[in-house]
Write a protein that binds this ligand. Sequence first.
Ligand code: CA
Length: 377
Amino acid sequence: MKRKEFLKKSALSAVAGVAGASTLMSSCKSDAAESSSAGINVNSNKKINWRMTTVWGKNFPVFGEGANLLAEWIDKMSGGRFKIKIFGAGELAPGLEAFGTTSEGTTEMGAGASYYWAGKTPAAAFFAAVPFGMNAQQVTAWMFGGEQEGYKLWKEVYAKFNLVPFPAGNTGVQMGGWFNKEINSVNDLKGLKMRIPGLAGRVLEKAGGAAINVAPGELYTNMERGVIDATEWVGPYHDYKLGLNKVAKYYYTPGWHEPGTQLEFFANKAEYDKLPAEFQEMLLTASMRVHAWTLAEFDARNGEFLKKIVDEGAQVREFPAPVLKALKKHTQEAINELIGSDPVANKVYKSYNAFREKANEWSTITEQAFYDKIQKI
Ligand code: CA
């Protein structure tokens, strides 16, 4: 895909336009028969038409494609009785209104990542990405293994907004971003103007930098014109498509700010509760399949595109340990501020952090030993 075409597809959220209210109001709801007289949601003839609005552009690589796959698989599983029409950012509503329109029931489903909604509930930050937090495997374990503590908390927090969350994959460890100068010490972060959103942006500011909000479609020109000195985006696949390797020389690793970004679908809870039980099960089953596909797709594509990036002259650099240590200290300060002001966020963080400590002990003697002792031989 060419950069221009990719940019069109990546027209995310805030930059996208508003659709006509009439389109929004003509919501297609269930037709066909009612539930059985026993009051159980069982009706094999019931036909459902839902609409999903996403924070990504239509068909956006991996993120948007995952939403398309969810719809395709549910259509097949239900024998065409449960259809979900996918809309990109700006088609029905601006991307960053996906949470709101689905919460109100104007759309039955939405897709995004929960940190976009941290302004509505600070706890949401912990269901997407936490700087120096858990990676994809660990987040999946917290959410869907053992007592499913993470998923239970996620559902509890979203229920207050009349929403039910579903997994939609994980990006894996992201890259630390593109820089026009080397980062050799914490002093190099002072005055650094970087596009880095959310909690991580606050961390950079504590380290003396400036977190600048730039829409993905404007990252290339902002870097080219020196409006910003650095930017993070996702990983080699998406960064290459955006042309970031043409506007900065140094590609830093690891993505301390997004070690395992969890993606999501969410359904309007009232509409979800009305679904026949078999359709509810299909939603979760197809979501889990998207969850597995997304991480696999990222890992496969990122390996392929990292090679292109390096072959075309970018230099991969590692953040020095003292820089990461300083950023970690500032991360804890930022988290303490966040949870200190919100009891729900505090409750979620306690669960997240206790799980992270246990998971790290296990990962150290298995995953880390694999990378250190096996992969390097
Ligand atoms: Ca990112």
